[in-house]
Design a protein around this ligand. Sequence first.
Ligand SMILES: *Cc1c(COP(=O)(O)O)cnc(C)c1O
Length: 420
Amino acid sequence: MDHFQLKNGVLHAEDVPLDRIAAEVGTPVYVYSRATLTRHARVFREALSVLPRIHLAFAVKSNPNIAVLSVLKGEGYGADVVSEGEMNRALAAGMPAADIVFSGVGKSRRELTAAVQAGIGQFNLESEEEGVELAQIAASLGKVATCALRVNPNVDARTHAKISTGKAENKFGVAYDRAAGIYARLSALEGLNMRGLAVHIGSQISDLEPSRQAFAKMGELMREIRTQGFPVSHMDLGGGLGVPYKGGEQLPTPEDYAAVVAGVTKDWDATIMFEPGRVITGNAGVLVTEVIRVKQGVNVPFVVVDAAMNDLARPAMYDAWHDFAAVRPTGETMVANIVGPICESSDTFAMGRTIDAVKAGDLGVFRTAGAYGATMANTYNSRPLVPEVMVDGDRWAIVAERIEPAAVLAAERIPDWLTA
Ligand SMILES: *Cc1c(COP(=O)(O)O)cnc(C)c1O
């Protein structure tokens, strides 16, 4: 459930009409609903409260806006970060360092050092080599880095190939069969406190059976490592729960997910950690766009909107579907292709789709744009970096300003030797 609904014929974010935001901020613009974020954070937590001990680390990469992080901090969430930049955002939002998990396959020496100094709560190690380097950094600083070992369970998440992370050929984690040996060797290193295992098999998961298999394999590995005499007190099951992108689509709910986890983990006697991203933020945001013009096509018209693949990359990157709706629907529909202005054919949001009828100057939204939306935005075609707004009841605020092409241009230089 979200808080983007029609009221008096106008699409609102909570109590604010989206055309008011568009008039004041311009388009394209992302709009987030605080009430939706809060609701999703609570539903997820409540579902998992069937487990005895949990830790929730919001996957910052899904939506790193500091206002979003601030809302989730208020809901008691820590963070799952994959770079020093994300770590600094989580800290800036006031999340305690101890509640932050540092993931990522290529943490640099600089990032590991900064994270040890910040007192990050858990490093999810992606390789033995990384563990050795981190041990050396921590020991040289006189600190101990608390770690989990990320394991690749070789399970197919049955999601889009580009967001599948748990198959043997994927770059993430250590091979399942080598994990117990690596855990033992890393446990012997001064500077490391090995306390757990981590797994994350992919994103936009719509079938819980692969997750159940992966978690069960992690449970077996946990028992094997404990039998060898090493403690495993924390089990990080990652994120990945999918959200409906199409109206009417049915996905597993947080309760369904919690039931699977509870079933697999009932005798684990460990703190179970989660790294939800999309399920918290996906349906808490829309991308508001204006129709530039409607262009005649061979079969159906092209609705050319002012949002593009640089603002919302998912359709171009993953062939993703985002529902489109008019901000002031007339009740009429049309069949159209929705495209952005960028000079790439992949800058296409929908083909031959039945949508609310729109004409030049009308406003529309792409729904379910709160996750992997603004965070992936860029300035391709020298377009502005898209702004973000958060709504809370009848209040709203710009939470990320539009970065104009002139600001990007101002950071560029022509070297003397090109003009001499
Ligand atoms: C991306 C990612 C997540 C979050 O995935 P969602 O599908 O957004 O829930 C969690 N953990 C890790 C390690 C990730 O890479």
